[in-house]
Design a protein around this ligand. Sequence first.
Ligand code: NAD
Ligand code: ZN
Ligand code: ZN
Length: 344
Amino acid sequence: MRAVRMTAPGVLEHTEVPTPEAGPGEVLLRVGAVGACHSDLHILDAPAGVFPIPMTLGHEIAGTVDTVGAGVVGWSPGERAAVYGIIGCGRCRACLRGEENRCRVTPVGGVGLSRDGGLAEYVVVPASRLLPVGDMDLTQAAPLTDAGLTPYHAVELARPRLRPGTTCVVIGIGGLGHMGLQILLATTAVRIVAVDTSTAALDLAGRLGAHHVVQAGPDAVEKIRELVGPPPDGADVVLDFVGAQATLDTARQVVATGGQLLLVGLAGGTLPVRPVADEPPPVPFEAAVAVPFWGTRAELHEVIALAHDGRLHADVQTFPLAEAPQAYEALRRGDVHGRAVIVP
Ligand code: NAD
Ligand code: ZN
Ligand code: ZN
């Protein structure tokens, strides 16, 4: 079969590999669609030894069951499914609570992270990772599994603060951010300020229903404070889907006293938190900082329900498998709006 694999750090190759077979408890899925997540760029950029090499990338997968391995019950060939990408140990305290995104044994284990992913004609996954999607378009189903699930989980963590009359600043309206915005609109009554460097991303935010949009830049903090109030007031919740130094600095300067910062993006910035007696605190007093990771299977089920009900729709640009490397280059340049989805 054809697959797009990381064959060395930074190197992505469209190549031929043997079609895998489903082992006991596993399913061979014919891949229908795979989202190109910005995390794949971080995986490609990581030094040798952090991720398996060679490895087929792609952790945002939807497809059709081709064959089922020994002992699999509840799934038959022809059924359509989204893949929950995390593979926790299944027996630690967190996994037993259904919080595989907090697994204490394999904290970043998963399809396309610690074993071959979905940028291929077929992928093998444990049957327990599949969630039914019915007749949903698979290019819509795939982005739900990460671009939808990760912001959904972050919003769940922030939900106690997301009350009517509060404000939420959303930084980075890309793959995750444009889904996060819709999740906020569908499940809360907050006022939303969307922030991005790209005017196309801000246009998308406006079309989706953001109450205010602010272009990121040297005066972003000032412009956001005009909307959410200056310190010690500010935004009740800030979702940072970028994680660069500039966005973390913006985030900590616009969050309210007692507010919450959720750092989802992994762009490499640093957030100072230690208060110093005679200086303004780097993060306001009583603020909470969370570092969400992906989400739970139960949350993915809820994300799929939102999409089925027409409240969550990925803005998708599709690419054939052979053009996956070009899709990632476009993502790196900032030329993808919404989610790039590869259709093998
Ligand atoms: P993306 O490239 O689709 O979107 C990023 C958006 O941020 C773009 O719209 C871009 O214009 C904007 N942006 C870039 N720099 C900016 C700046 N300085 N100020 C304001 N906006 C800026 O990326 P994505 O796939 O949505 O992923 C976003 C981040 O989240 C990545 O770092 C990714 O690795 C991370 N991620 C984390 C998790 C998790 O579980 N914590 C899960 C998935 C992705
Ligand atoms: Zn991802
Ligand atoms: Zn575990």
